[in-house]
Each structure stands twice: as C-alpha cells, then as structure tokens.
Design a protein around this ligand. Structure first.
Ligand code: NZQ
Ligand code: ZN
Length: 389
C-alpha cells in the first residue's frame, strides 16, 4: 500500500427527508445562491418545489441557471459565471445529477478567473479560488456529489475534459434515495455501469497490498450487481435506490483509490466518445469496459482478473486461470447488456469515421499513453474503439 493523506471533506446528509437541513447548511457558507439544474426533471418530479420552498422560507435570495445539458457544456458554465458576477452570488446549489453538479463546480472556479473558464479546463490557467457549493443529488452515478472533479464538454473544439481541485468538492451533499425513484431505467442502468467503472478503474491497479481498498471495491461491485437490476424492475425500491446512491459516492470519493496508483484508462477513452457523439457517459463505459478488459488481459494481469472473477462473480476457483478471467469478462459484459445497455458502439450509430481522430486526441492529451494499469498507446486505443464497434 502506498502512502496517502486521507481527506474526504464533503458532509453527507443521507436518507429520507434530509432536505430539511438545506437552509441551515447553506447559511453556513453563503448568503446569495445560484440554483443550478438540468432540463426540467426536478420541476416535473417535485424536487424543485421543495428546494425553492425552503429557500423562500429561509429568506435566502436565489437566482437560477436552468437547462444544464447532460454532458454539460462550457456555454452553461459561462452563463453561470455571468449570473454569479452580476448578482454577487456567493454559493452555488446544483440540484440534479452529475451534469448539474459538474457545471456548478466549474462555475464556482470560473467566478474568480477573469478569462474564459474553458482556460481552466484545458489547464491554460490555474484555479486559484473557488466559490463554495452544496448539492442535492437526484441520480446515482458519477459520485460528483462527493468528489473534487468535474467534466465539461466544448462542442466547438470537440473536447470533453476532466478538471479537479480539492476545493471543488461540495461542502455538503443531500442524498435522499427517494429523489432517484423517477430516474428512468436507461439512466439507472447507465448510472450503475458508471459506478462500477469508477470502482474498476481503481481496482485494476499495479499496486498490490491495498487489501482493504480492494475488499471495499469488491463490495461496491457486488452492491451494483445486486441492486442495479432491482432498481430497474422496481424503481421505488428504497433499499435498492439507497444502496446504489451510497455506492455512487463511495466509488469515487477517494476511499478505494488511496494507497494505489490508479490513473484511469476507460474514462478518458469514453470521454472522447462523449465529445464526438454526445452519448450517455455510462453507456459508453459499459460498451468499452469489457473490450478494454480483453485488451489488457495477459500473463501480467491474469492474477488480478482471477481475483475479480472469484471474488466479484463467484466463479469456481478451481477452474483454469484464463478460463476464470475470460468468464469474468463475459459476465461483466452480460451484466451490462442485461440492464438494457447496448452492447456495441454500432448500436449507437457510431461508425469508423472518427475513431482515429479520437484515439489521437486522447493519447496526445494524456502525454502519449492512457492509464497506468497497462498504459495504452494510440494503437491500443484505436484497437479498443474498433473492437467496440
Ligand atoms: O436534465 P434533467 O431534466 O434533470 O434530466 C436528467 C438527464 O436527462 C435525468 N435525471 C436526473 N435525475 C433524474 C432524472 N430524470 C428523472 N428523475 C431524476 N431524479 O437524467 C439525465 C442524465 O443526467 P446527468 O446529470 O447528465 O447524468 P449523470 O449523473 O450520469 O452525469 C453525467 C455527467 O457526469 C460526468 C459525465 O461525463 C457526464 O458529463 N462525470 C462526472 C464525474 C465526476 N464529477 O466525478 C465522473 C464521471 O466519471 C463522469 O465523467
Ligand atoms: Zn464515470
């Protein structure tokens, strides 16, 4: 296990009706609020009314940024920064899924930067200061509610890039599983795949000896395997929604990555797809992950795949090692398709046309190789895209 400094600062209010703490929590950090949300699901399903009711009752002035896109765009960030500056806003409250929370995080950083916030995303400028944010989560997937990262898309340059800063982590997040009852089956499936991918990106690491982290990781994977299908069949099953929600946060908040070197592989490859085709993040991950697994399985990685197969998929440990590893990958793929997620990029209408450009962009942006488990060259990434078609 490598050295690490533990810090997971976001305060979590988990469970039914935890929204009641909202006013008190906001007042700890700010006086004027930007309420940031997506295309209207929070209005349709009543969360908006609850939040606005509390803000009014507590006499907290607020302004709104709506229509934040899934795969949030830099234009929404720019608009958010403008509203915050015009009204001297000092606290941002995203209510929604990862897209609203990510957008809020970059608005919070862009507020203190005089130039275009896209400069921060492409690392042309450094983040110096960040407005506080607090989130109300309505979709279990990204873990943005408890991590210090955000992902923003620029359709003009065809880039979708991650950005992070320790102070970007929300001060608090309210996680009421009931708010996820209305998440449609397709997003529940994509979210489950996203959570699993976050776990796998850290689980498959070259460091050995982080046993605690790996056992937690296996537990999170089993949680998704158990409850993903239940939440799809019974959208109002509290136990399923609650377990997925907490798994979403724990998968990416640092807990399972501490003590390991884990530079992610599949996410950057998927983000390129998001930039070019605006596809749902978790869908791209579910398609790419098994292909990536087959690509990196060899004598060096075999033991880790065997561990994964036995501990996560309960495969008979007396079988041949390669058999176990391949069966584990097959089971991973079957699980994602059993949730209703398409199995190939072709099914999403994606063809060969941009694969080379995407492979080039992602390898160049990552300094020539993607990921740390089996660092992937341009040829590796292209091969993964082609096999995923
Ligand atoms: O926009 P609205 O109308 O709110 O509808 C959303 C959207 O259409 C809907 N939705 C959300 N909560 C709902 C609901 N519908 C019904 N009932 C509810 N309770 O679901 C759709 C997807 O929402 P979105 O926020 O886009 O999904 P998700 O949470 O999966 O976020 C995806 C974004 O997060 C990034 C992804 O790349 C993508 O851009 N990620 C962020 C990460 C981070 N910050 O750490 C890590 C991840 O790996 C990921 O890259
Ligand atoms: Zn993800």
């Amino acid at each position: 296990m490598l050295n690490f400094n533990y810090s997971i600062p976001t305060q979590i209010f988990f469970g039914k009706d935890q929204i009641q703490v909202l006013g008190k929590e906001i007042k700890k950090y700010g006086t004027k609020v930007l309420l940031a949300y997506g295309g209207g699901s929070i209005k349709k399903y009543g969360v908006y009314d609850k939040v606005v009711g509390i803000l009014k009752e507590e006499n907290i002035p607020f302004w709104e940024l709506s229509n934040i896109e899934p795969n949030p765009r830099i234009e929404s960030v720019r608009e958010g920064v403008r509203i915050c500056r015009e009204n001297q806003i000092d606290f941002i409250l995203p209510v929604g899924g990862g897209s609203s929370i990510d957008c809020a995080k970059v608005i919070a950083a862009g507020f203190y930067y005089e130039g275009d916030p896209w400069d921060l995303v492409i690392r042309k400028a450094k983040i110096e200061k960040i407005l506080p944010i607090g989130s109300v989560l309505t979709l279990s997937a990204t873990g943005s509610e408890m991590d210090a990262g955000a992902v923003i898309t620029n359709p003009e340059t065809k880039q979708k890039l991650g950005i992070g800063h320790p102070n970007m982590a929300p001060k608090f997040s309210i996680l009421d599983p009931v708010y996820t009852y209305t998440v449609p089956a397709s997003q529940t499936a994509a979210g489950t795949a996203d959570i699993m991918s976050h776990v796998l990106e850290s689980y498959f690491s070259n460091n050995t000896g982080a046993y605690v982290q790996d056992k937690i990781a296996e537990g999170l994977l089993k949680t998704c395997i158990k409850y993903g299908p239940v939440a799809i069949k019974e959208p109002e099953n509290y136990e399923a929604r609650a377990n997925l929600m907490w798994a979403s946060s724990l998968a990416i908040n640092g807990l399972i990555r501490y003590g390991k070197e884990a530079i992610w592989s599949v996410h950057p490859i998927q983000h390129e797809l998001g930039a070019y085709y605006d596809i749902t993040h978790g869908v791209g991950l579910a398609i790419l992950t098994p292909v990536w697994m087959r690509h990196v399985l060899d004598d060096d990685t075999l033991d880790k795949f065997v561990e994964y197969g036995i501990n996560v998929w309960d495969i008979d440990s007396t079988k041949d090692k390669y058999h176990i590893a391949n069966e584990a990958i097959d089971k991973t793929q079957e699980f994602f398709t059993s949730l209703g997620i398409p199995g190939t990029l072709g099914e999403l209408g994606i063809g060969e046309e941009s694969l080379e450009k995407m492979a080039k962009a992602v390898t160049e942006f990552n300094g020539g190789k993607v990921g740390s488990y089996k660092p992937l060259s341009y040829e590796d990434v292209l091969d993964i895209y082609i096999k995923a078609l």
